[in-house]
Design a protein around this ligand. Sequence first.
Ligand code: F6R
Length: 364
Amino acid sequence: EKGGYDSYMLKEIYEQPQALTNTLIGRLHDETGEVNLDINLDPASFKRISIIACGTAYYAGLVGEYLIEQLARIPVEVDVASEYRYRDPIVSPETLAIVISQSGETIDTLEALREAKKGGARTLGVINAKGSSMTRELDDTLYIHAGPEIGVASTKAYTSMVGAMLMLALWLARARGTLSEEAGKELLHATRELPRLVEEALSEERVSRIREVAERYAHARDYLFLGRGVNAPTAFEGALKLKEISYIHAEGYAAGEMKHGPIALIDANLPVVVVGTESRLLEKTISNVQEVRARAGRVILLLSDGDTENAQHADDVLYVPRSHEMVSPIVNVVTLQLLSYFTATHLGKDVDKPRNLAKSVTVE
Ligand code: F6R
């Protein structure tokens, strides 16, 4: 049932091109630039959006915040569900509450959804599990169609959730007229390329390189992950994956925050993974890398294919396929999933059943 793979997690990592295809299929129309999500809610009727989720789904929400604000110019806030449900949130009928959940059963997210409804919000779910509890209470559900996810550490559900958030951002932007036709078509094209780019990120050559780097640093006690902008959540997710399955302490930070505290941790024993793929702000990220190196930190740098110039700033470079910045979190995270995977398996950990974790958290 693991289809020849050693674990469900690895199988699900490799299923990502197909899962993403299933997320996107039939929903994007190239000629017209239209996005058809079968959602009955009126995309032009919201003044603000609240995104609510837990764990990995929360990080998909953070990418969603960035995309929706950039493309559709609607104010977005993102909350972890356990905070949202108890903080007496400000909600009105002009609020769209988006809950994101693989299982559709996470109790904190379900209760947060009920809280949003109490305040009159309209509700939309980005959900994987068909017919799950949340789908019965939502106004509308955008299924991600990633297929069953068995491995406790979420992989394909994450990339498909981000794919769904990207489509939602495009849908909102079109309805609100905030995206030029040209920019819209360019993004639609970039989105369509995703399954192929993720496939490319999983090429044998890249995977064996990731494995080699993972094994070199597998005995580190702590790890730091840095990223900026739409890839700050990629760093957070990279850190979460590593701690979940390898039990190595890892922190994810927005790169610009490093000098406000975590820089104190840097020494020759601290691997720092930096998402340094093509971006408007790449220069700023590279200067953060230089700050790490000036303090003897070890830098593992994700760079876009062909960026040989910035390779000089790293101890180890992991090249990833070049993609449009707005869609790059989906391509980039795959390398971090594999980095965690090979670290954990090198240390002899059971990646499918990490200690203390449950696939779906239905008690508070
Ligand atoms: C991370 C992980 C958890 C879940 C979180 C939310 O790998 O598995 O952080 O993402 O418990 O679960 P869902 O998406 O089912 O609501």
